[in-house]
Design a protein around this ligand. Structure first.
Ligand code: PRP
Ligand code: URA
Length: 212
């Protein structure tokens, strides 16, 4: 195992404010999508805090000098389809050179187990810092399965970024993948009998794409 994963719950007022707007049943699909992009951009700012820097020689109008730049363009963003797609643009706004992989999973409505239907990752995923993104961490089944696929391709440094997490999902993900950093905008109370997060925001995919 490469590193010990940590759990980060963002308490920044702007993030909390925007997540509350997303939870509101009266928020439209258009507003929900815009808010998702804004929140993930704010989260990305913090989640990339430890990216390595390198020294570069540059010349300003005043003098030559040594300054810092990112050490590599070696990031991959991997949304879990379909709701995770709503998080990609907000990350690319800050990391435009990241490669994007896709993992298609949905929860079986009866068993709540994840069912895979698609997986396409950057060929050099094993060299990249990977950010798996999905708005909801409920039972944790989808996140655990997605990270299983990514690890099967030998990725080493994996992070999971979500909007709302249930305690059950955090525990399941930490147990299955203790090396993964988990970034959360809000930690909620519990899951209901259908494995939906309470208070949550409902079905993230339906709210992003207006399919309800
Ligand atoms: C939602 C959500 C996660 C998953 C979380 O996806 O976007 O992927 O449920 O639940 P879990 O932690 O219990 O696995 P869903 O299965 O509704 O598919 P969708 O994105 O296609 O709507
Ligand atoms: N998936 C969702 O979209 N919402 C939940 O609350 C749980 C799983």
């Amino acid at each position: 195992m490469n590193r010990e994963g940590k759990v980060y719950v963002f308490d920044h007022p702007l993030i909390q404010h925007k997540v509350t707007l997303m939870r509101d049943i009266h928020t439209s699909t258009k507003e929900f999508r815009e808010l998702a992009r804004e929140v993930v951009t704010l989260m990305t700012f913090e989640a990339t805090r430890d990216l390595p820097l390198k020294d570069v020689e540059i010349e300003t109008p005043m003098t030559k000098c040594t300054m810092k730049m990112l050490a590599g363009e070696d990031i991959a963003v991997v949304p879990i389809l379909r709701a995770g797609l709503g998080f990609v643009d907000g990350m690319l706004d800050l990391i435009p050179n990241a490669k994007v992989g896709h993992i298609g999973l949905y929860r079986d409505p009866e068993t709540h187990e994840p069912v895979e239907y698609y997986c396409k990752l950057p060929a050099d995923i094993e060299k990249r810092e990977v950010f798996v993104v999905d708005p909801m961490l409920a039972t944790g089944g989808s996140a655990v399965a997605a990270i299983d696929f990514i690890k099967a391709r030998h990725a080493q440094n994996i992070n999971f970024l979500c909007l709302i997490a249930a305690p059950e999902g955090i525990e399941a993900l930490q147990k299955a993948h203790p090396d993964v950093n988990i970034y959360i905008a809000a930690k909620d109370d519990h899951l209901n009998e259908h494995a939906y997060i309470v208070p949550g925001l409902g079905d993230a995919g339906d709210r992003l794409y207006g399919t309800k």
